[in-house]
Design a protein around this ligand. Structure first.
Ligand code: NAP
Ligand code: GDD
Length: 331
């Protein structure tokens, strides 16, 4: 049987790296779109290079940018992927208040550019859009499901709202097999260092090794539904294997405050957070999303997907990975 080909935007990010590994293991040929950077930023997919996968042409990288329609058109036309996973975004909520226009260009119009390229090229492909629980923002409903009205409260979330509806619109207008995965927060040792979970586990490891003394954080009362990224990429793939395209919430169904995450992470390293954690106003946002808690029963029912990793296991594996990384550096 012919190998399936998948195009991943955002392959150098947390989710892109796990998805690439998952698809290669499933026998896909993966093409990753990367943007030009002055320094090497492919550390999350380095392990893929060390495998014989590259030699066997199981994965290749091509230059492109979500802000450059011509590169997207060229890639879609020449690669002719069976599946496209649009994971690229300016994905930091707090930063989106500082660069709102750029965030909209990449995160909102980027999705539109890919969908337009699909229509213009006539390539028969399935499309996954990385939608977000940030869409719910200040929604009054808890837990949030596919039926909960959206109420986005950041430039990032508003951009994701545009991309969400554009995906639905192209599905309904052109019959494209296009799906939104409404993923709640998911973390891992590969999480960017400025997102709160990784900022905490990295600091815990550094404090344990005597490399740092204080950890400065913002709002500790916000609550999130935190899952493990490795579990979540399988849900993306499952969505594109269904008979009909649809939108799905992916979540654990549990919510925990940032404070709980802090306490658990410090407990894992037998440290006292009171001695090390300080509040810094710099890390507060102009408006906060207070509580996110997902209801993923549709995904469980229709995709057969459920999370495999508990909150405590997630915190533990992240702290352990950050400690081991310092050991490897000889710290
Ligand atoms: P991430 O680690 O921040 O990765 C973002 C990726 O997008 C990186 O590969 C980045 O490339 C790429 N990118 C940024 N701007 C680009 C541009 N103009 N053109 C091409 N590529 C660009 O994000 P993540 O946590 O893996 O999340 C993946 C996707 O899911 C994102 O769309 C995010 O908004 C969404 N999402 C994430 C979560 C979560 O909890 N992680 C939850 C819901 C939705 P560089 O490496 O060059 O920066
Ligand atoms: N980043 C950060 N840094 N957040 C902090 C800090 C801090 O020092 N202190 C407290 N927080 C709080 C934030 O105010 C927020 O309520 C919570 O921790 C989580 O922040 P992030 O880890 O930055 O993630 P996020 O929830 O804003 O956004 C992530 O999840 C979304 C899905 O709900 C990102 O991955 C988005 O791309 C994703 O769509």
């Amino acid at each position: 049987m012919k190998k399936k080909k998948a195009l991943i935007t955002g392959i150098t990010g947390q989710d892109g790296s796990y998805l690439a590994e998952f698809l290669v293991a499933k026998g896909y040929r993966v093409v990753g779109m990367v943007r030009r950077s002055s320094s090497i930023n492919t550390h999350r997919i380095d392990s893929l290079y060390e495998e014989p996968w590259i030699r066997d042409r199981k994965m290749e990288l091509v230059y492109g940018d979500l802000n450059d329609a011509s590169s997207i058109n060229r890639i879609v036309r020449t690669v002719r992927p069976d599946e496209i996973y649009n994971l690229a975004a300016q994905s930091h909520v707090k930063v989106s208040f500082e660069i709102p226009e750029y965030t909209s260009e990449v995160t909102a119009l980027g999705a539109l550019r890919i969908l337009e390229a699909i229509v213009a090229s006539g390539v028969k492909t399935r499309f996954y859009q990385a939608s977000s629980s940030e869409l719910y923002g200040r929604s009054r409903q808890v837990p949030q499901s596919e039926k909960t009205p959206f109420r986005p409260v950041s430039p990032y979330a508003v951009a994701k709202l545009f991309a969400y509806w554009t995906t639905v619109n192209y599905r309904e207008s052109y019959g494209i097999f296009a799906c939104n995965g409404i993923l709640f927060n998911h973390e891992s040792p590969r999480r960017g260092e400025t997102f709160v979970t990784r900022k905490i586990t990295r600091a815990v490891a550094r404090i344990k090794k005597g490399l740092q003394d204080k950890l400065y954080l913002g709002n500790l009362d916000a609550k999130r539904d935190w899952g493990y990224a490795k579990d979540y990429v399988e849900a993306m793939w499952l969505m594109l294997q269904q008979r009909k395209p649809d939108d799905y919430v992916i979540a654990t169904g549990e919510t925990h405050s940032v404070r709980e995450f802090v306490d658990e992470a410090f407990r894992c390293a037998e440290l006292d957070p009171k001695k090390h954690v300080r509040i810094d106003k710099r890390y507060f946002r102009p408006i906060e999303v207070n509580v996110l808690k997902g209801d993923a029963s549709k995904a469980r029912r229709e995709l057969g997907w459920k999370p495999k990793t508990s909150f405590k296991e997630l915190v533990r594996l992240m702290v352990r990975a950050d400690l081991e990384a310092l050991d490897r550096e000889g710290r």
